[in-house]
Design a protein around this ligand. Structure first.
Ligand code: MG
Length: 472
């Protein structure tokens, strides 16, 4: 019998014993609460994985992860660009609440500030329960010492602290810089904890080295609960892959990069199984925002969704997402539940058996019950789409209303206000092609009310993204 069916039958037996996942005990041992591994890609589109329908990018390990776990079809990043998206994942809060959304959109190497110290990250919350915590990869929540992962609940950090296209030292056309990139063109630092250990980071081996770091952390901490936040710098441009993945994909350089990330996911799953940790570990794979369409074939694809990175169209924020937790998640489930990266904070907190902070609003909701169910449970009824610190659109059930749209990177960048808003039924029209506002005045009124109420209630913290290091 294949491993898949072994796990399937184990899932059935566990469910029968527990009354389909109502038991506390599934997936955790007497000794310690479950481990959590979050794998976060950068700029990966909804249509870029085999299991999400890409015709020529092969992702056998992610496909396997989905066939053994739960695949999400309506999972959202909380922002369409890196910095606010990462802040939201780690805090469970809308980026506007933590000051990590603003006009400058993301942090840059000359940014003075970062994530405020009073924000509680998943790592800080889990420290209460004695979790060992590692941040590996892209941070992008402040690169100055007081904002690094080591100041935000992580025991260790290994990675490039911001985007891999920053600190550019070469000039040339887009094709010269990004078509077959040289890592020396981007003078980004590679850090271990608080120190720069390599500059420029040799990005050709970065995915491989991040993976090795994650695997060795898992092995070293197999006896205690751990949280690994593995945030790949790729497939954000410039695209790099190690030698073993050169020319392996029909999709070209971008496909090679995804193939290596897929290999990396497999290394993590294998390490967990080899150390008998798979059944006590949730692995969650997703991405920070949609594909960077301005980079043509060097950027990804949002599949059937409209738009990409930087936009509040679905393609900017709806992401591939796969949860793997053998023995707890019934294999092969697909959920249409409206869910978001912000749910990972309350999920982690519940898994660890602790209470979320009560002195602040947490926008996410725990996915534990969904993960233990048959996938039909509802999580969120509504979702709010921000660009910078401004609310652009709202979803309620099947319906989405755009009050403002902006097609980023088209060269036009026009910002358009809509009154009445554009209205789409995302269940019937996931590509947001057919505006049906005129036929549905009651739904428009309902969504306008939701939009206005949210805007009136949400407390926006001043943006931390604007301040620059003075060059005295
Ligand atoms: Mg990104």
């Amino acid at each position: 019998m294949s491993r898949f069916y072994n796990i399937f039958y184990a899932g059935i037996v566990a469910s029968l014993l527990s009354g389909v996942g109502c038991s506390q005990g599934i997936g955790s041992t007497e000794e310690h609460p479950p481990n959590i591994v979050i794998i976060f890609a950068d700029d990966l589109g909804y249509g870029d994985l085999g299991v999400y329908g890409h015709p020529t990018i092969q992702t056998p390990r992610l496909d396997e992860m989905a066939s053994e776990g739960m695949k999400f079809t309506q999972f959202y990043a909380a922002a369409s660009v890196c910095t606010p998206s990462r802040a939201a994942l780690l805090t469970g809060r809308l980026p506007v609440r933590s000051g990590m959304a603003g006009d400058r959109r993301v942090l840059f190497p000359d940014s003075e500030l970062g994530i405020p110290a009073d924000e509680v990250t998943i790592a800080e919350a889990l420290k209460e329960q004695g979790y060992a915590t590692a941040a590996i990869g892209k941070w992008h929540l402040g690169h100055r010492p007081e904002y690094l992962p080591t100041q935000n609940g992580f025991d260790t950090y290994f990675g490039i602290p911001y985007s891999n296209d920053m600190d550019r030292v070469a000039t040339g056309t887009r094709e010269q810089l990004f078509g077959n990139p040289e890592y020396q063109s981007f003078n980004v630092p590679l850090m271990r904890d608080n120190d720069i250990i390599e500059r420029p980071a040799d990005q050709r081996t970065i995915t491989k080295r991040y993976t090795e770091e994650a695997v060795s952390f898992i092995r070293a901490h197999r006896e205690e609960p751990f949280f690994v936040y593995l945030a790949h710098n790729l497939p954000h441009v410039p695209l790099f892959r190690s030698e073993a993945f050169e020319g392996v994909s029909k999709r070209g350089l971008y496909g090679d990069v995804i193939t290596e990330i897929d290999w990396s996911v497999g290394q993590i799953m294998d390490a967990l199984e080899e150390n008998s940790l798979a059944e006590n570990t949730l692995v969650f794979f997703t991405s920070d925002n949609g594909p960077w369409l301005a980079y043509d074939t060097h950027g990804g694809s949002a599949g059937l969704l409209r738009g990409g990175k930087g936009m509040t169209w679905e393609g900017g924020m709806r992401e591939p997402a796969i949860a793997w937790w053998p023995g707890t998640i019934m294999p092969g489930l697909v959920t249409e539940a409206i869910t978001t990266t912000m749910d990972l904070f309350p999920t982690a907190v519940e898994m660890a058996g602790i209470e979320p902070p009560s002195d602040r609003i947490i926008d996410g909701r725990s996915l534990v019950s969904l993960l233990k169910s048959n996938g039909t449970e509802a999580v969120h009824q509504s979702f709010f789409y921000y660009r910078r610190a401004e609310l652009y659109a709202v979803r309620n059930g099947s319906w989405k209303a755009h009050f403002i749209t902006e097609w980023a990177y088209s060269g036009e960048n026009e910002r358009t206000q809509h009154d009445p808003p554009l209205l789409f039924n995302l269940d019937e029209d996931p590509s947001e092609k057919y505006d049906v506002a005129a036929d549905n005045p009651d739904t428009v009124a309902q969504l306008r009310d939701l939009f206005d109420t949210h805007k009136a209630e949400v407390e926006i913290r001043p943006s931390q993204l604007e301040a620059r290091i003075s060059d005295e």
